[in-house]
Design a protein around this ligand. Structure first.
Ligand SMILES: NC(=O)c1ccc[n+]([C@@H]2O[C@H](COP(=O)([O-])OP(=O)(O)OC[C@H]3O[C@@H](n4cnc5c(N)ncnc54)[C@H](OP(=O)(O)O)[C@@H]3O)[C@@H](O)[C@H]2O)c1
Length: 323
């Protein structure tokens, strides 16, 4: 798996802090739980299964096995599996498509979490629900705290916010973890799109006036397990990797790191462009940096800088491609 690549990266970044498998084992040693992971086929769902702490029995369910908006199926599944904890990594994540499919986005991101929260409440099961930085409008100039006012700009963000509200109303003891700019070796994401385009083209324009923090789903999964280990935690938390960048900065880093690993072999000119030059159906926040102070404290886990995480993800991606 990724272990060897991660060790190599760690050696290159001697100052970098990276959890090892034994750290994870130690962390999870006290956690004897049966955990139902929903959206198990997605980026986070898959990384949750790869980072499983010792002592946790994970029961993964993909969309084809359980649609979270189906109240009868959800209640039946919870009764049959009888977990101590449900992690909801399922969501409608097509940000632009949501503008033309608002009902579909609402079903997956608002109704589904409501159904889950109601069923967890009825059966006395803890819920960790994942949400997004897109609940914010991006007008801020300092990182968004978990209690900052929400004002989503598009259908995806609106539907995710409705999901948060439903979860809080039906199960106030749920933990809602917001994240942003998620990527991994699995599924579609910005990093993999950039790798493909950089392999095909000699020049690329990438947006420079939208700023946030990339999040490797692997590290996000570790943060979710840290939260899982602390059943007393409830309410809103934020998680992304550490640091800040624009999509342009992220693309330049992807190019440099992928070239160093031999994933790209020819020069590509990356041009900074304004978001206005690259219109998309959904408006995105210009600034969506999340304040992780409370998570770092309460999960007893500090974030790793996004560039180091990117390097580790690319090593992982290469290792899987080579296998
Ligand atoms: N990706 C990002 O950049 C990003 C940014 C901020 C927050 N988040 C949040 O982080 C969480 C995990 O995202 P991700 O990147 O892992 O997403 P992902 O890769 O798109 O995975 C989501 C999974 O949920 C499944 N799903 C969709 N609707 C469902 C339903 N009604 N019932 C059951 N399963 C359903 C999808 O199945 P299909 O593929 O078959 O539809 C997919 O396997 C989500 O809450 C997302 O909103 C993601």
């Amino acid at each position: 798996m990724a272990g060897k690549a991660i060790v190599a990266v760690k050696a290159f970044y001697p100052g970098g802090r990276r959890r090892t498998a034994s750290d994870r084992g130690n962390r999870g040693a006290g956690l004897k739980q049966k955990v139902l992971v929903l959206g198990a086929g997605g980026q986070l769902g898959r990384e949750l299964q790869r980072t499983l702490p010792a002592g946790v029995e994970c029961v993964p369910r993909m969309r084809a096995e359980l649609d979270i908006s189906d109240a009868v199926a959800v209640a039946d599944c919870l009764r049959a599996v009888s977990p101590q904890l449900v992690i909801n990594a399922a969501a409608y994540t097509a940000v632009d498509k949501a503008e033309s499919e608002p009902a579909e986005a609402h079903r997956g991101n608002a109704e589904g979490p409501g159904v889950l929260a109601a069923a967890c409440s009825e059966q006395g099961i803890r819920l960790i629900h994942i949400s997004t930085d897109f609940v914010f409008d991006g007008a801020a100039s300092q990182p968004y705290a978990p209690d900052a006012a929400t004002a989503p700009l598009g259908e995806y963000g609106r539907s995710k916010r409705e999901g948060e509200v439903a979860v809080q109303r039906l199960l106030p003891e749920a933990l809602i973890l917001r994240t942003g700019w998620v990527y991994s070796s699995f599924g579609g994401n910005f990093v993999k799109t950039m790798l493909r385009l950089m392999g095909e083209r000699g020049e690329l324009g990438v947006v420079t006036d939208q700023v946030g923090t990339p999040t490797w789903a692997h590290g996000l999964a570790e943060a979710v397990w840290a939260a899982a280990e602390r059943p007393q935690l409830a309410g809103f938390y934020h998680w992304s990797d550490a640091g800040v960048c624009s999509w342009y900065d992220f693309a330049v880093a992807i190019y440099e790191e992928a070239t160093a690993l031999g994933l790209l072999s020819k020069p590509v000119k990356i041009r900074p462009i304004a978001a206005a030059e690259y219109p998309t159906p959904a408006q995105r926040p210009a600034y969506s940096v999340l304040d992780k102070t409370s998570s770092w404290r309460d999960f007893a886990m500090e974030g790793v800088h996004w560039r180091q995480q990117l390097r580790e993800m690319l090593a992982d991606y290469k290792e899987q491609a080579d296998a």
